[in-house]
Design a protein around this ligand. Structure first.
Ligand SMILES: Nc1ncnc2c1ncn2[C@@H]1O[C@H](COP(=O)(O)OP(=O)(O)OP(=O)(O)O)[C@@H](O)[C@H]1O
Length: 887
């Protein structure tokens, strides 16, 4: 793989690491100049090779004298040092090592100067033998010596030619010798100076060459650094290592710093080169040497500093190298693993190929071809599917993109709208925030306020409850007082109106009345006074005044309104009796029971009771019970009992209250009008099974509907009981006068007796007699508690309007007027009562005792009967069906 190869190339790429390794271990990197071998002769050192030094020296003294050899021997260690340091020429600090070498050489030269002094001393010491040699030379030919020295001031021949006095000659000779010596020395020094200049020139050239080489090396290093940086960036991209990046940066910084150092060294070299070489005099030379020494020592110090820096850099680079080596190792490991994996996979591939080959060899070629074709087909299908899937995907992407764009547009629009709203809402929000903060403050204080409010409210409520309690007590007291007052007022009203009120109702002319003169209307009314009725009897008009007179046009409701107050007083605990009185067919049953469509007093009274009870249900609890009975021939029967034929007796309550009760009389508790209807149906069924001619029977019996209302006041515990007796009396016609006989006569006698007893009781009650003859008939005895005391009685006198019934009408109206006149005033009442009682009694008595045959025909049952559903006294013709018993 390419990365791994790159990684392997890393080690082969020339690097700073390789350079420094060369500098340390002397092992060259490929492509680099090999360092000088251990042998100086074999080491190719182009700049400061020993050959050049030797050559320079050899020019002065080719044969190599002692001084030359000593100089060579003194410069050799410096040269060796240079050679030893030459391995560092690759490093940026190498020029300083050259100066070090030169300094050493100069130091050696200093030694040579010292040795020169020693030579002078030697020369001085050799002064003694010198004259001897002079003498020898003089003896051997001193002129030759002078010639030999030539133009020299201190030539030995000259000295030998000077001959002075015997005392001064040796001194002069010595001086001459010394001068010649000095001249020689001077010449030598001049030679040496020239040599030094040459050496300096050589050094300059060497330095130039070194500088060039250094520049080349710097360039090389730059290239290496660039490649290294590229390598590091590549490594960083491969390894993602941040550390490598840091190392690269550090290396670049160091590189820059070294470059600067190099530039500085180059400048210094230039400076050295530019410095002019002064004329060589003794003093100037020494001064120059001293300056050179200072400069060199300064350079040495800098070189030492640079060395330290280089060692530090060396260490850092070594660390980085180690890290790179680690990375390389890891990469190697990875590569090795990858190679192993490849090897393993290739092995598997080979195995698979072998297996396929073996399988091919085993299976028939046809099958393989089939498989292959199948595989190709499947592959083609798969490609097609993939292509179609790709198309679908692209399509879906495009659609989604379009949708997304549309949605994005909408979202942007919404966003704009929202922004606008936001802008408009911001002030509102601020206001709301302020409000909210205000509310928060209020809410914080709310519990305290609430507690206080609750406390005050509790106190107020307690106070209010106390006030309400006291008010309730006061109201209750007032209510009781008002109740009593109302009762008192009612009693007073009843007293003023009369405990017994009498009203008349004239029925309309019916088909049953027939036609002709007998069926003509004989009753008229006063249009200005509804209590007056006029009857045309045998051609003479007779007028009667009653409490109220209802014409044939009066409705059931009109009549009921007149009796409504009495029924309401029953709820208040009064006993009430409402009688319907009149001859047969005058409309008694119609007024009391009515029809299904147009119910009479009974139904309406019960409806009123139920509605009143419901109205008072919040305060009062009422129980309404009903009983139905009839009195026929002074026999009391229970119309709601299981045994209608059973004769019932009226008895005093055993509790000593003086109240009467009928043992065995059935009572039904009713809660609705429907219950009442069921009760009536049941009673009617009893009557139809008992009597073959119900119409006749009903006309000859008193039918009583007894409604008892028990009430309990929930607040006061007051208990009331009121009894409402609704009585449909038997026909009042004077059967005795019509000559009835047998059972009809007996019926008439019982009817007359009971009606006479009713008149007696009423007369006794109104005249406040001590004895009221209730027991004279079953009817009055049964109604005793409803006729006495504060009880109220209403008698509805039913009148037939036709001519043929005027006699019975006259009789009924006379009876009604007399009953009513009893209560008009105590005085008159008593007087009239006495008159009425005696006359009527007298009139009735003979009738009872000697019934007239004509009466039988007059009281023929069944005349004028019509259908009255829901009636206890319902006529046979209208009661075609029987209903289930009330539950
Ligand atoms: N106010 C009235 N309006 C219309 N029809 C009436 C009225 N009063 C009575 N009638 C009719 O007159 C006829 C006789 O009435 P009803 O049977 O009530 O008389 P009665 O006095 O009850 O007779 P009985 O003594 O035989 O029971 C019935 O057909 C009845 O419908």
């Amino acid at each position: 793989m390419v990365p791994s190869r790159r990684t392997w190339n890393l080690g082969a790429t020339p690097s700073l690491r390789g350079l420094w390794r060369v500098g340390r271990a002397g092992e060259p990197e490929p492509g680099m100049a090999r360092p000088a071998p251990a042998s100086p002769a074999a080491r190719p050192f182009p700049h400061t090779g020993p050959g050049r030094l030797r050559t320079g020296r050899g020019r002065d003294s080719p044969a190599g004298g002692d001084e030359d050899s000593s100089t060579r021997s003194a410069a050799r260690p410096a040269l060796a040092q240079c050679r030893a340091l030459s391995v560092d020429w690759a490093s940026p600090g190498s020029p300083h090592r050259l100066y070090l070498t030169l300094q050493q050489a100069l130091r050696d030269k200093g030694c040579e100067s010292k040795s020169q002094g020693a030579k002078e001393e030697k020369l001085l010491k050799r002064q003694a033998p010198a004259p001897r040699r002079g003498r020898e030379a003089q003896e051997a030919g001193g002129t030759m010596n002078v010639e030999k020295t030539g133009g020299r001031l201190f030539g030995s021949g000259r000295c030998s030619s000077l001959s002075g006095p015997p005392g001064a000659a040796p001194v002069v000779r010595r001086m001459v010798e010394a001068m010649s010596q000095l001249q020689e020395e001077k010449a030598q020094l001049q030679e040496e100076l020239v040599a030094l200049r040459e050496r300096l020139a050589v050094c300059d050239s060497d330095q130039q060459a070194t500088s060039t080489q250094l520049q080349n090396q710097v360039e090389h290093l730059k290239q290496k650094l660039i490649s290294q940086a590229q390598e590091v960036s590549r490594l960083r991209s491969e390894l993602g290592g941040t550390d490598l990046e840091k190392h690269r940066d550090l290396l670049m910084v160091e590189n820059e710093r070294l470059r600067q150092e190099m530039r500085r060294c180059e400048a210094e070299l230039q400076e050295l080169r530019a410095k002019p070489v002064a004329p060589c005099t003794g003093c100037e030379h020494s001064q120059e040497s001293a300056q050179l020494r200072d400069k060199l020592s300064q350079l040495q110090l800098e070189v030492a500093e640079n060395k330290g820096l280089l060692s530090e850099l060396n260490l850092e680079v070594q660390q980085k190298t180690d890290r790179l080596a680690e990375v390389e190792l890891r990469l190697k490991d990875c590569l090795a693993e990858k190679a192993q994996e490849e090897e393993r996979l290739s092995r598997r591939l080979r195995d698979s190929h072998e297996t396929i080959a073996s399988l091919r060899a085993q299976s028939p070629p046809v099958k393989i071809t089939m498989y292959e074709s199948e595989l190709e087909r499947a592959h083609g299908q798969m490609l097609e599917e993939m292509q179609s899937l790709e198309e679908d995907k692209n399509r879906a992407i495009e659609e989604a993109f379009a949708r997304a764009q549309v949605e994005m547009k909408a979202v942007h629009e919404n966003l704009a709208g929202v922004r606008t709203n936001l802008l408009t809402l911001q002030p509102a929000l601020r206001t709301l925030t302020n409000d909210y903060n205000g509310l928060k403050r209020q809410v914080r204080g709310f519990p305290l306020l609430l507690q206080e409010a609750l406390k005050s409210v509790k106190a107020e409520i307690g106070q209010a409850i106390e006030e309400v309690n006291s008010n309730n007590q006061e109201l209750l007291r007032k209510y009781r007082r008002e109740l009593q007052l109302r009762k008192k007022c009612h009693n007073e009203l009843v007293r003023l109106k009369g405990n017994i009120r009498v009203i008349a109702r004239v029925r309309p002319v019916t088909k049953e009345d027939g036609e002709g003169p007998e069926a003509t209307n004989a009753v008229t009314f006063d249009p200005d006074d509804d209590s007056i009725i006029h009857l045309l009897h045998k051609g003479k008009p007779v007028s009667f005044e009653l409490d109220k007179v209802f014409s044939p046009q009066a409705s059931q409701q009109d009549v009921f309104q007149e009796v409504q107050a009495l029924i309401t007083s029953c709820i208040d605990g009064f006993n009430v009796c409402i009688f319907a009185y009149g001859q047969t067919g005058a409309g008694k049953t119609y007024t009391m029971e009515g029809t299904l469509e147009n119910p009479g007093i009974n139904q309406r009274a019960l409806q009123l009771l139920f509605s009143e009870v419901q109205e008072k249900a919040s305060d009062w609890e009422y129980t309404i019970t009903v009983s139905a009975a009839e009195i026929y021939n002074e026999v009391l029967r229970d119309l709601l009992g299981q045994e209608p034929q059973e004769k019932l007796e009226i008895r005093l309550c055993p509790n000593g209250s003086g109240q009467l009760y009928v043992p065995g009389l059935t009572e039904f508790q009713v809660q609705s009008v429907e219950d009442i209807n069921k009760v009536f149906e049941f009673g009617h069924t009893n009557r139809t099974t008992e009597f073959t001619n119900l119409n006749e029977h009903s006309s000859r019996s008193h039918a009583l509907l007894i409604v008892t209302v028990h009430g309990v006041d929930g607040s006061t515990g007051l208990r009331t009981t009121g009894k409402l007796n609704l009585v449909d009396l038997a026909g009042s016609e004077r059967v005795g006068k019509s000559g009835a006989e047998g059972s009809r006569l007996r019926e008439a006698q019982h009817i007359n007796k009971s009606l006479s007893a009713l008149g007696d009781v009423i007369a006794a009650l109104r005249s406040r007699q001590g004895h009221v003859p209730f027991r004279n008939s079953k009817l009055t005895y049964l109604l005793q508690d409803s006729l006495s005391g504060d009880s109220k009685t209403l008698m509805v006198v039913q009148v037939s309007p036709v001519e043929k019934n005027t006699s019975e009408t006259l009789y009924s109206l006379k009876f009604a007027e007399r009953v009513r006149s009893v209560e008009l005033g105590p005085g008159s009442r008593r007087a009239e009562l006495g008159s009425w009682s005696s006359q009527e009694h007298l009139e009735w008595e003979p009738a009872c005792q000697t019934p007239q045959p004509s009466a039988r025909a007059h009281s023929a049952p069944g005349s004028g009967t019509t259908s009255r559903p829901g009636s206890i006294r319902r006529k046979l013709q209208t009661s075609g069906k029987s209903r289930p018993l009330p539950v």
